[in-house]
Structure formats: structure tokens, C-alpha cells
Design a protein around this ligand. Structure first.
Ligand code: G16
Length: 542
């Protein structure tokens, strides 16, 4: 039976960089999730009788919302819901399922790398039929609808079994429970040389993969250990937990510190990697060397042809604006297109669909390709493994060789978390007001050659996205970028991205923060970070 339930709108359901993210108690308010899901459906057309994919990273509240999605999908006339067993699907696996089964779209339940638990974060994101995050046109429509919504349509189904593989009838709809890993693992086998990677592990190559008690655990166990023959124990923390074991499932040097310390230690394995809450981010560490996400993108692009899925070469490379320009030099050498987009994976979708780019990446630890329409943590790890197996060199040798050939982009991101939103907005407005007068001036001994507020003109649909971050460009390819995070759930986070290009092979490897010292000082002088926020140092440096 389908019921139409009267509701009243919430005014805070604006999807951010990656869907709607809020604290669990916010999502637990009466009809909060129902309102948002119905607002998504109300913003779409033509899904009657079609398929919706749903899955999440297993965090606290995942199962409850999966049930709501199924009941609302039935109430709104979807023909089928495909759900990962136990409500589990990593973000890239969900993207693959949407594409493979030609679904109308999908709802991914995750707050990505943010912590989980009764008082932590939850999120809902809508992905379109190409498997990628909904473009701004749709997220704007969802927000507009959420502000006036007055009813939702829900089927009275009772609890649906999402733990047994197979199909069941739910009203007029079919619910199909699938194994979350099988289709994804099959896709990976088409892209990478599994034989070569198996031989690498057989030769004694040692790897540590930290799944951070998040969604990639089952994927890593199956692919790395069962299919590629890596020793038992290669995948660690591989059981997804609703609160990620109390940790922050963010694969960076702060939250994956144990792995980092091990990789820098005397008995380090050959290769260390980690992924985040929903499996779309990656961390890559060689023995004694951390590879920045920006360098990783450039190195993977330069070596992708070694993997069977990319042996024809790349059509182009895309990176988000704050990501370092290291990949630009690879594109230049390969003679292929380079696209600079705003932060957020959704901006890559059109480029991938149009065949303009094959590989994409972001400084925020996301790398991916046209195999799905999301960034993909394990994909990046497997491509690294394929490159290591083909080249027979260590991570350190590959990185050093890359710098020797292309030059090095020293790079760091400084995050100032939980600043008062008004203070953060004042700081950004102050910067915007200064922009017209910055070019030609000198700050901390560095000459500014250009400064702007990044606007993106999508070459495919010709849409324009403005105010995507302040860029201050210095001579010689160095720059500082400022933007406010679109994924936080309390206060504002100011991100400052600092980059310095060294064209020649660096004779002495400088420590990154030291190499960037004058640019860090310039960033404060230009934006007045201390003066506005009272903070003398960032909360997180990556
Ligand atoms: C999300 C998007 C990414 C984007 C990141 C930026 O990541 O999917 O494409 O780079 O947000 O975050 P912020 O706006 O905080 O800088 P995720 O992994 O949270 O989905």
C-alpha cells in the first residue's frame, strides 16, 4: 500500500561538494531523510518502472536509511531497487553498478572520510545514470524542492531483507540484493594485469593496505588476497564497522599515521596504501616516501599505458583547480588535453562522457578514470601495483625518476577547521576585494603575476561555475589557492593550497614545509589568516 504523508520542509538540505552531509541526529529528525529523498525524486523525470541502485559505506544509520530509500522508491514508482548485501556498496562500486545495469540513478549513503557513529556524520548523495554525482543543475533543483516539500510518497513494506542475495517483491517493485564486490572485482580484472601483479606478490613483494574499518575491507580482501595472492594480513582493519572503530576514516598522514610510521620505519613493506570511509579516496606510500595525491595523479597518468585497460594511451587528463600542476606537465609531454575543473568529482563527468579525458584526480586523495564516474581508491592502488609490477622498480625510484623528468611540484594543503562561518566568509570576501590590485605586487619576496576567483566554463555543456576558489599565481609556476571546504559539517574549514615548482632535478630534497616557507608566509600576508581567525597554525597539514 502506498501512502502520501504530509511533511514540513527543513531549510538546511543544500547538497554540498558531495551530497547532503549532516550529523546523525540531524538526519534522525522526523521525516528529515524522507524529505530529502523525496526532493531528489521530485527533481527527476522519467524514472517510473526503472532501476535505482542503493548502497552505503556501512556507517551508523546506513541500514535504517536503506529501508527508507526502498520504501520511498516503491512509493514513487521505481520498478526495481538494486542494493548491496547488508546495505554495503563502496562509492566506486555503486557507480559501476549504475552503469553496468543501466540504472536510472543511485543513492549512495556515506559521509565519505568523515567519522561515523550516533553523534558523527551521515550523508546521502544522488548519482545520475552515467554513474557520476548529480551535476549542479540537479543539486540546485533538489535544494529548491526541499525548501517547499509538503508530502512524500512511501510504500508500506515492513522491513525488507537486505542480507540474503536474490530478488524479492516489494509492492509493485523488485528488490534485488547483490554481492557488493563481485561486479567491481570483475571490472578491475579487465583493467589490470592480474598475472603480473600475482607474480609480483609471489616474488616476495610486501604490501600493507589499511581499510580503516571502512567499506573497502571486503573489496581489498577479495581482490588483493584472494585473487592476487597477497599474503593473508595484507588487508588490515578490513571489517567495516558502523563507527569505523572510533577512527576518522580519512586516509591521510594524520589519520593513517600508524601506516605512515610503519612505512618510514626499518621494516617497512614495499608498498603501503589506504582508502577512506566509502572507498573513493586513496593514500599511497612507498618505503620511506609518501606520494602526494597530486604527484600520484601525474605518475599514474605517465605510466597508465602499462596497464591493459589503458594501453591505447590517454585521451586527456583532468584535475581540480587546487590540485598541483604536476599532471599538466605529463599532458604536455604526451600531447593530450589538460582540463582544470572546480573541486568536486561531478565536474569530471562531462569530460569523461565526452571522451575528452581518461584519467582524473584531485589533491584531496581522489584519483580515477573513465571506468566509472567516481574517484576510486582501490583502482588507484591496483594501477600503482600494475606499474610497480611492470617497471620492476620501487615506489621511491619511480617518484624520483618522475621528478627528474618532469620537475617537482612541492605541494601542501593547510586546513583551518571549525572556524566561525562568518569569519571565514569575511576572510574570503576580503580576499576577493583585494584581487584586482594584486597582480604586479610583491609579497614575502615573491612577485604575483596574476590573481583571480576561479570560474569554470564546462566545454561540453557550456555551463559556468563561478567563485570556485581564489588563485594567486607567482612567477615560475608557484601558487597559493584559497577556498572554503564544501564537505564539513560544523563551522567552516578554510583550505590553503600551496605549491612551488622546481623545474630542475632537486639536488637536495627539501622538506616540503621548508620548501614552501616563503609562500606560506605570503598566503598569510595576503589573506590575513591569523588576523581574521586568531589561529597561528593550521589544524591539519597534508
Ligand atoms: C568530496 C568530493 C571530492 C572533493 C572533495 C572536496 O570528496 O567527492 O571530489 O575533492 O569533496 O572536499 P572539500 O570541499 O572539503 O575540500 P569526498 O571524498 O568527501 O566525497
Amino acid at each position: 500500500m502506498i501512502k502520501e504523508v504530509a511533511t514540513t520542509p527543513y531549510d538546511d538540505q543544500k547538497p554540498g561538494t558531495s551530497g547532503l552531509r549532516k550529523k546523525v541526529p540531524v538526519f534522525q529528525q522526523e521525516h528529515y531523510a524522507e524529505n530529502f529523498i523525496q526532493s531528489v525524486f521530485d527533481s527527476l523525470e522519467g524514472f517510473e518502472g526503472k532501476t535505482l541502485v542503493v548502497g552505503g559505506d556501512g556507517r551508523f544509520f546506513n541500514r535504517e536509511v536503506i529501508q527508507k530509500v526502498i520504501a520511498l522508491a516503491a512509493g514513487n514508482g521505481f520498478g526495481r531497487v538494486i542494493v548491496g548485501r547488508g546495505g554495503i556498496l563502496s562509492t566506486p562500486a555503486a557507480s559501476n553498478i549504475i552503469r553496468k545495469y543501466k540504472a536510472f540513478g543511485g543513492l549512495i549513503l556515506s559521509a565519505s572520510h568523515n567519522p561515523g557513529g550516533p553523534h558523527e556524520d551521515f550523508g546521502i548523495k544522488y548519482n545520475i545514470g552515467n554513474g557520476g554525482p548529480a551535476p549542479e543543475k540537479i543539486t540546485d533543483a533538489i535544494f529548491a524542492r526541499s525548501k517547499v516539500i509538503d508530502r512524500f510518497r512511501i510504500a508500506d513494506l515492513g522491513a525488507i531483507d537486505i542480507d540474503t542475495l536474490g530478488e524479492t517483491r516489494a509492492g509493485d517493485m523488485i528488490v534485488q540484493v547483490i554481492d557488493p564486490v563481485t561486479d567491481y572485482a570483475a571490472l578491475m580484472e579487465t583493467l589490470f594485469d592480474f598475472d603480473a601483479i600475482r607474480a609480483l606478490f609471489r616474488s616476495g613483494f610486501r604490501m600493507a593496505f589499511d581499510a580503516m574499518h571502512a567499506v573497502t575491507g571486503p573489496y581489498a580482501k577479495e581482490i588483493l588476497e584472494n585473487r592476487l595472492g597477497a599474503p593473508d594480513g595484507t588487508a588490515r582493519n578490513f571489517v567495516p564497522l558502523p563507527d569505523f572503530g572510533g577512527h576518522h576514516p580519512d586516509p591521510n598522514l594524520v589519520h593513517a599515521k600508524d601506516l605512515y610510521d610503519e612505512m618510514m620505519g626499518p621494516d617497512a613493506p614495499d608498498f603501503g596504501a589506504a582508502s577512506d570511509g566509502d572507498g573513493d579516496r586513496n593514500l599511497i606510500i612507498g618505503r620511506g616516501i609518501f606520494v602526494t595525491p597530486s604527484d600520484s595523479l601525474a605518475i599514474l597518468a605517465a605510466n597508465a599505458h602499462l596497464a591493459p585497460g589503458y594501453k591505447q594511451g590517454l585521451k586527456g587528463i583532468a584535475r581540480s583547480m587546487p590540485t598541483s600542476c604536476a599532471a599538466d606537465r605529463v599532458a604536455e609531454k604526451l600531447g593530450i588535453g589538460m582540463y582544470e575543473t572546480p573541486t568536486g568529482w561531478k565536474f569530471f563527468g562531462n569530460l569523461l562522457d565526452a571522451g575528452l579525458a581518461t584519467i582524473c584526480g584531485e589533491e584531496s586523495a581522489g584519483t580515477g578514470s573513465d571506468h566509472v564516474r567516481e574517484k576510486d581508491g582501490l583502482w588507484a592502488v591496483l594501477l600503482w601495483l600494475n606499474v610497480l609490477a611492470s617497471r620492476g622498480k620501487s615506489v621511491e625510484e619511480i617518484v624520483a625518476g618522475h621528478w627528474a623528468e618532469f620537475g617537482r611540484n612541492y605541494y601542501s594543503r593547510h586546513d583551518y577547521e571549525e572556524i566561525d562561518s562568518e569569519v571565514a566568509n569575511r576572510l574570503m570576501e576580503g580576499l576577493r576585494a583585494k584581487l584586482p590590485n594584486l597582480a604586479g605586487t610583491e609579497v614575502s619576496g615573491r612577485k604575483i603575476v596574476a590573481a583571480d576567483d576561479f570560474a569554470y566554463h564546462d566545454p561540453v555543456d557550456e555551463s559556468v561555475s563561478r567563485n570556485q576558489g581564489i588563485r594567486i599565481l607567482f612567477g615560475g609556476g608557484s601558487r597559493v589557492v584559497f577556498r572554503l571546504s564544501g564537505t564539513g559539517t560544523s563551522g567552516a574549514t578554510l583550505r590553503v593550497y600551496i605549491e612551488r615548482y622546481e623545474p630542475e632535478r632537486a639536488q637536495h630534497r627539501l622538506e616540503t614545509q621548508e620548501a614552501l616557507g616563503d609562500l606560506i608566509a605570503a598566503a598569510d600576508a595576503i589573506a590575513g589568516i591569523r588576523a581574521h581567525t586568531g589561529r597561528s597554525k593550521p589544524s591539519v597539514i597534508t
